[in-house]
Design a protein around this ligand. Structure first.
Ligand SMILES: [Zn+2]
Length: 160
C-alpha cells in the first residue's frame, strides 16, 4: 500500500498532541511532528487489517494522547509507530527464502553434481543434475576446482 497522509490532516493530528502534558506548543514543533507523521505513514496491512496512512497516524497519535501522562519526545512516538506498524522481520535466510525444502536426491544432496566411487565428480542423473548440466555447464568445473583429496576432508572441521 502506498498511501499518503495529507499535510492538513497531519497538522491537525500533531496539534492534538498538545493535550499531552509537556508537548511543545509552538507552531514549528507541531509542523515538524506533522511532517514526521507524513514521512512514517504510508498505509499498511497488519494482522489482515488494512490501515490507511490517516488511520495509522490517528492510531499512533490517539494512543499517545490516551496513554502517555507526559510527552517524552519524538523517539518514543516513533517507537510507538514501529511497534504498531512495523512488525519485526526475520533477516535469517529462512526468513528471506522460506524453509529449505527437504533434499530429494541423496546422491548429490540436490547440488546436481555427485561424487563417483572413484573420487571424481560428475553430473548426477537426477532432474537437478540434468537441469544444471544444461543451464549451468560451468558448475561441474567449479565443483571440481573446489575438490580436495579425501584424506584432507577426513579432518575437516577439526583443523583450522
Ligand atoms: Zn542428484
Amino acid at each position: 500500500m502506498a498511501d499518503e497522509l495529507k499535510i492538513e490532516t497531519a497538522l491537525s493530528l500533531a496539534r492534538s498532541l498538545t493535550t499531552i502534558k509537556g508537548f511543545p506548543r509552538y507552531e514549528e514543533a507541531i509542523t515538524a511532528v506533522a511532517f514526521d507523521l507524513v514521512d512514517w505513514c504510508h498505509g499498511s496491512l497488519i494482522d489482515e487489517r488494512a490501515y490507511s496512512a490517516e488511520a495509522q497516524a490517528a492510531a499512533v497519535v490517539n494512543e499517545a494522547r490516551l496513554t502517555w501522562t507526559e510527552w517524552t519526545g519524538m523517539a518514543d512516538l516513533r517507537a510507538l509507530f514501529r511497534a504498531k506498524f512495523e512488525p519485526t522481520r526475520e533477516y535469517s535466510l529462512e526468513g528471506q527464502f522460506g524453509k529449505r525444502p527437504p533434499i530429494d536426491c541423496h546422491r548429490c544432496d540436490d547440488i546436481g553434481v555427485q561424487s563417483l566411487p572413484s573420487g571424481d565428480l560428475d553430473w548426477c542423473e537426477c532432474d537437478l543434475g540434468q537441469y544444471s548440466r544444461r543451464e549451468c555447464p560451468s558448475l561441474l568445473r567449479l565443483c571440481k576446482g573446489k575438490q580436495f583429496p579425501r584424506s584432507a576432508a577426513v579432518g575437516w572441521g577439526t583443523e583450522r
